[in-house]
Ligand binder design. Structure first.
Ligand code: PMP
Length: 334
């Protein structure tokens, strides 16, 4: 039996393993939860019956998120990371193709390919702003807008987002990094029932390991999404942890402010090479991936249109100091 000819063929994950000191490659939050909050979570978990299924649609967490954002529970769906929700959204809508704007988050392409959906790429312009995506809206399944955009860090203008929404096609506005930006567009959900805003606990909330993401949309869209979602999808442990972190938003906010301050410090240092960012990372026009790796610092190497660029996650001050030192050495040498 030739398995290779019987399966959908994708590249395997490449995992970089090694004794590297500083990991600035996955846009993670550099701060783990302080011990007292972990203790509080443990206490909650002790009270949680492990023999019982969690709430079928994770309503306790949906309620907390809704309250946090000023929406109703019916406007929120939670998933195993926002990645799961991207895949779910692609399953829900009819249509021939999705529209993406490269360079952007590659998981949109990945899930589209998995679903057998065609991809139309309307690349971002030279300032990484959206171009005429509306022109390709006919028969589209969805239009993806990532703002702040990964890996470029910039946000898209509100007027442009509205113009895309006016096409009437489902628009997925990925706000994974929005807590590091000046302003969200989640309020547009009140006006546009074709808007789905994606958010995550993996970045600003520092909970990448517990895998919780959510989407905010009209009641109708959320209801349809729930109908195709596996029941009990979010485990009790992750649900409780995310709920508790919403009660500690003061700490989350403190970390956000720290990261923004550090981001601006690194940006100023490499102004000639860095692009302005409203996320927890910076895009740098420096071909320093291997050089940094030799120094024990892991960043993201970019390719294609961003060949010769790296994306660096903002870390703790000490880590950023090392990064700055190493990059200055790279610039002097090359
Ligand atoms: N959207 C964007 C733009 C991202 O960069 C990421 C994570 N790298 C995600 C969504 C997915 O986040 P998660 O699945 O951890 O919620």
């Amino acid at each position: 039996m030739r398995i290779r000819e019987m399966v959908k063929s994708f590249k395997p994950y490449r995992v970089l393993e090694g004794n590297y000191r500083i990991w600035l490659d996955k846009n993670e939050n550099p701060f783990d939860l302080p011990p007292e909050i972990k203790e509080e979570i443990m206490e909650e978990l002790r009270k949680t019956p492990f023999n019982r299924y969690p709430h079928i649609t994770a309503d306790p967490l949906r309620e907390k998120i809704a309250e946090f954002l000023g929406f109703e529970k019916e406007n929120v769906i939670v998933g195993n990371g926002s990645d799961e929700l991207i895949s779910l959204i692609l399953k829900l809508f009819e249509g021939k193709h999705i529209i993406v704007s490269s360079p952007s988050f590659r998981m949109y392409d990945f899930f589209a390919k998995l679903e057998g959906t065609d991809l139309v790429d309307v690349p971002l312009d030279e300032h990484f702003n959206l171009q005429n995506v509306e022109d390709y809206a006919e028969n589209a399944k969805a239009i993806f807008i990532c703002s702040p955009n990964n890996p470029t860090g910039n946000i898209q203008k509100r007027e442009k987002i509205i113009s895309v929404l006016e096409s009437g096609v489902p628009v997925i506005l990925d706000e994974a990094y929005i807590e590091f930006a000046k302003k969200s567009n989640v309020d547009l959900v009140n006006e546009y029932d074709n808007l789905i805003v994606l958010r995550t606990f993996s970045k600003a909330f520092g909970l990448a390991g517990i895998r919780v993401g959510y989407a905010v949309a009209s009641e109708e869209v959320i209801d349809y999404l729930h109908r195709i979602k596996a029941p009990f999808g979010l485990n009790s442990l992750s649900m409780k942890t995310a709920e508790l972190m919403l009660d500690h938003y003061d700490l989350v906010k403190q970390n956000i402010n720290y990261i923004i301050k550090e981001r601006e410090r690194i940006y100023k240092e490499f102004r000639g090479y860095a692009y302005p960012s409203e996320a927890n990372f910076l895009l740098l026009r420096l071909d320093a991936y291997e050089f940094l790796l030799e120094k024990g610092i892991v960043v993201r190497k970019l390719s294609g249109r961003l060949d010769g660029h790296i994306r660096v996650t903002i870390g703790k001050k000490e880590e950023n100091d090392e990064l700055i030192g190493a990059l200055n050495e790279f610039i002097e040498r090359f």
